[in-house]
Write a new protein. Structure first.
Length: 362
């Protein structure tokens, strides 16, 4: 049984059709389309407001009149294309929307060669985003936490440790002190090698920080969010990319890791908040009110979020731990009924509030 979600049949067929169309092009045409697609893909994830691209001089298509595939020429005057510009910048619209509109307009033209060229560019650009602009990771399996839709807990013991360090097991550093020694392979810790991309793992299974600081852990989470965004760019450019095996593998690997590490970061931040409250209580600096911003990871929007609530109203009220317990219980009652959150995010946030409550129970 496959661990990846099965895409709709029509998307799988559409992906295979576009792949076959690209594979049937002569190598020189393929290389040209790939070069234009790289330029297009890089523009889609940048802050550019304009992109220029060129259609190939010819494409090979099935011609009904001759009953076989044949090259069809595209006039030079129709090859140069442009999307975006000053008006796009002024209207604050994304370049992605302009590119999608331009490709769609080209695909709907009655000229078969131009239409096919636009389709080929769309396929190649989306493929480049998925296959070449994102690092590949380890082959692994996650299991879901309870009945959650997205598995996020690495399956223990699935991959035995090897005495040979592979590229995905270590980070390569070029040593300057010893010339000629090549790259120094620094293995990732075992806790990191449990995940798809070990270089972005900041917490182990017990929530222990594996990197130098909380800011570094936040940077790792942002890197994973950017990874997911590139995948979304690819699927918005060509919806059938969800049927690509590479897309499925990378999406499965990064989503589980992002949710796992995002929740671990939220837990770590909550522990820091608990520690800070206790320190300030000992110093007697919490007698003028207390409001909290409790962190949690929203796995529906795939981002860190905060829940703000008041523990002690502003004024001269002496702090006692029971105030935190009472406020936490009240917020738990609200969250359990909050339909704006999906079930897994709600459960995670309830755990955060319960941890806060438990920390101040006598």
């Amino acid at each position: 049984m496959t661990k990846f979600p099965i895409p709709a049949t029509h998307l799988r067929q559409e992906y295979e059709q576009h792949k076959a169309l690209f594979d049937n092009q002569p190598p020189i045409v393929q290389r040209f389309i790939e070069s234009q697609a790289r330029h297009l893909a890089e523009a889609l994830i940048s802050e550019n407001v304009q992109v220029r691209f060129t259609l190939p001089d010819r494409v090979v298509l099935h011609v009904k009149q001759v009953g076989q595939a044949a090259p069809i020429t595209i006039p030079e005057t129709q090859r140069e294309q442009k999307s975006g510009g000053l008006l796009l910048a002024l209207s604050r619209h994304e370049l992605r929307e302009a590119v999608l509109q331009r490709l769609q307009a080209l695909e709907q033209t009655p000229d078969q060669a131009i239409s096919a060229s636009a389709s080929l560019l769309r396929f190649a650009a989306a493929s480049h985003l998925v296959a070449n602009m994102l690092p590949d990771g380890r082959s692994m399996t996650y299991r879901p936490d309870a009945d959650e839709a997205i598995p996020s807990i690495p399956v223990e013991g699935e991959m035995p440790e090897s005495a040979i360090i592979q590229a995905s097991d270590a980070i390569a550093e070029q040593g300057s002190a010893e010339a000629g020694r090549g790259e120094l392979q620094t293995p990732f810790v075992p806790a990191a090698r449990r995940f798809f991309l070990p270089q972005w793992v900041a917490f182990d299974a017990e929530g222990k920080l594996l990197v130098g600081s909380e800011k570094e852990a936040e940077a790792h989470v942002r890197s994973m969010q950017n990874y997911v965004q590139v995948l979304h760019r690819a699927s918005s450019l060509a919806s059938y990319m969800v049927a690509c095996e590479t897309y499925q593998r990378k999406r499965y690997g990064i989503l589980g890791q992002l949710i796992n590490q995002g929740r671990a970061l939220a837990n770590f931040k909550t522990e820091s908040i608990v520690g800070e409250i206790k320190k300030r209580a000992e110093r007697g600096t919490l007698n003028r009110g207390l409001s909290l911003s409790l962190p949690y990871f929203d796995d529906q929007n795939l981002e860190m979020a905060e829940m703000r609530f008041e523990v002690i109203p502003a004024g001269r009220i002496m702090f006692i731990p029971a105030f935190v317990v009472r406020a936490s219980r009240g917020e738990q009652a609200k969250v359990s009924q909050d339909t704006r959150l999906n079930s897994s995010t709600r459960r995670h946030l309830l755990k955060q509030l319960k941890a806060l409550e438990t920390a101040f129970q006598s």
